[in-house]
Write a protein that binds this ligand. Structure first.
Ligand SMILES: NC(=O)c1ccc[n+]([C@@H]2O[C@H](COP(=O)([O-])OP(=O)(O)OC[C@H]3O[C@@H](n4cnc5c(N)ncnc54)[C@H](O)[C@@H]3O)[C@@H](O)[C@H]2O)c1
Length: 447
């Protein structure tokens, strides 16, 4: 770790806080870099030695729009530091964010082992008052468990507060989202913690909603499952549109113009993926079940999401006849544009379904190929979209990267063995594709 500045040497325009972030992944690194940018002194901690070494070399372990610049600027300004030592983070900060991963267990519930391990470690090293902030997405009542764990493991009986501060950033626009939140939720148990956390977030000038800890924990799961529900809802409407020759894009636009509904998350496609929605939905179903409530509505949301992948493969089959031995080009692997995150990406399930039917897969993504290599085997990774299209029996669009919208479609058509495009993200206009001579299939629109 680069040396921390001595206390008296820190000069900041606004009196920043001393913060450490434990878990320097998508959320932790963005949170750390953004809080440093706001004038706080931040130590990002991670037990992944390679990740911290990468960061200390000035390289980035993940791709996220604008993050590299932010990290470099704040490292240069000596406001942002990286270490593998939780003790170093705890000793040098008053506010400690827990931003470790909370992956799904086989039964769908959130695995809170990392949260527990960090809570224990923080408790063991705490020498003065700390605010321990739950930033990871966790089931309701986790705050109580963290509190209990800290009390059990802090032999010196040091005073502390737990705050639940769920994160709503979207990968791909994470830095922007962190800096321009619709609201900041603070689940608190003391006025002292509320005051300190309000001061921390004050430069963002965003609405702050203060609740009890349990409400804050439920807000995060309820928000994510609502968004998932919106996606599955519009995908169901898309399937009806397709049957009657209606156009889902026009339907979704008109629905979204109603301010009570809103247009975000109303895009029909191959369903949601990523590190959050699928996992959080499953976890919420699991928690509610434990609490004695059968959340059937959310179970159907999951089912619809899975079916969207199958529908896409059916469209490929309908267009190419037999999938066996066909060369299928995949454009887009990341679960959404502007990120290299492959966690629960629809591309994984879809490519594996095509491979089970013995398709030969070529694929391209502007940034996610290195991440995809570890997950998707027997795939020919290509240098660009044209290289992918070359010799293909069909092209399948799975991520709506801007560069795909600007493709030279005449060139693509010449390169392909057959002019078939299955557009899982509705990035092209059916009429135009027809004029260009493509067999074009999309979601919820007739061709
Ligand atoms: N990714 C998102 O878009 C997003 C958005 C909102 C909330 N969340 C939630 O935030 C949490 C973190 O998600 P993420 O996407 O940043 O995960 P991530 O896997 O990208 O990062 C988690 C990091 O925690 C580190 N870690 C695990 N155990 C540790 C330990 N004991 N000590 C130190 N470091 C440890 C891992 O090495 C990893 O680098 C999850 O609960 C997730 O659900 C994620």
């Amino acid at each position: 770790m680069a040396k921390l500045p001595k206390k008296r040497k820190i000069k900041e325009k606004r009196k920043g806080k001393k913060v450490s972030i434990i878990g320097s992944g998508h959320v932790g690194l963005v949170t750390g870099a953004c809080l440093a940018e706001l004038g706080n002194r931040v130590i990002c901690v991670d037990n992944n030695v390679e990740k911290i070494a990468t960061l200390n070399r000035g390289e980035m372990p993940i791709y996220e729009l604008g993050l590299e610049e932010l990290v470099k600027r704040n490292v240069r300004a000596r406001r942002l530091f990286f270490t593998t030592s939780i003790k170093e983070g705890v000793d040098n900060s008053e506010i400690i964010f827990i931003a470790v991963n909370t992956p799904p267990k086989p039964d769908g519930g959130a695995d809170l082992c990392y949260v527990e391990a960090v809570s224990r470690e923080v408790a063991k090293t705490m020498e003065s008052y700390k605010i321990i902030v739950e930033k990871s997405t966790v089931p309701v009542e986790t705050g109580k468990w963290i509190s209990r764990t800290v009390k059990l493991n802090n032999k010196k009986n040091i005073n502390f507060d737990i705050v639940s501060n769920p994160e709503f950033l979207r990968e791909g626009s994470a830095v922007y989202d962190f800096m321009h939140p619709d609201r900041i939720v603070l689940g608190v148990q003391s006025k002292k913690a509320e005051k300190i956390m309000r001061e921390l977030y004050q430069p963002l000038n965003a609405p702050i909603i203060v609740t009890d800890i349990e409400s804050a924990e439920i807000i995060k799961h309820a928000s994510n499952s609502f968004l998932a529900m919106k996606i599955s809802y519009i995908n169901s409407i898309a399937n009806i549109c397709e049957k009657v020759g209606a156009d889902i894009n026009k339907v979704a636009h008109a629905i979204g113009c109603d301010r009570r509904i809103g247009s975000d998350f109303l895009y029909a496609g191959v369903g949601f993926g990523g590190a959050c929605l699928p996992k959080d939905l499953q976890a919420f179903v699991g928690i509610t079940q434990k609490l004695g409530y059968d959340f059937d509505l959310l179970k159907v949301v999951e089912k619809i999401n899975h079916e969207q992948r199958e529908f896409l493969v059916n469209k490929v089959r309908d267009a190419v006849w037999n999938i066996k031995d066909k060369t299928i080009g995949i454009l887009g692997l990341a679960f959404k544009p502007n990120t290299d995150d492959m966690r629960n990406a629809p591309s994984i399930e879809i490519i594996q379904m095509l491979q089970r039917e013995e398709a030969k897969i070529k694929a391209y993504d502007p940034v996610a190929i290195p991440a995809a290599r570890g997950i998707l085997k027997e795939v020919t990774y290509c240098k660009d979209s044209y290289d992918t299209a070359n010799g293909c029996d069909a092209l399948v669009i799975l991520t709506e990267w801007e560069e795909f919208k600007r493709l030279d479609l005449k060139k693509i058509k010449k390169l392909m063995r057959a002019p078939i495009i299955i557009d899982g993200r509705n990035i092209f206009e059916p009429e135009k594709m027809k004029r260009l001579g493509f067999i074009y299939r999309s979601i919820g629109r007739s061709t």
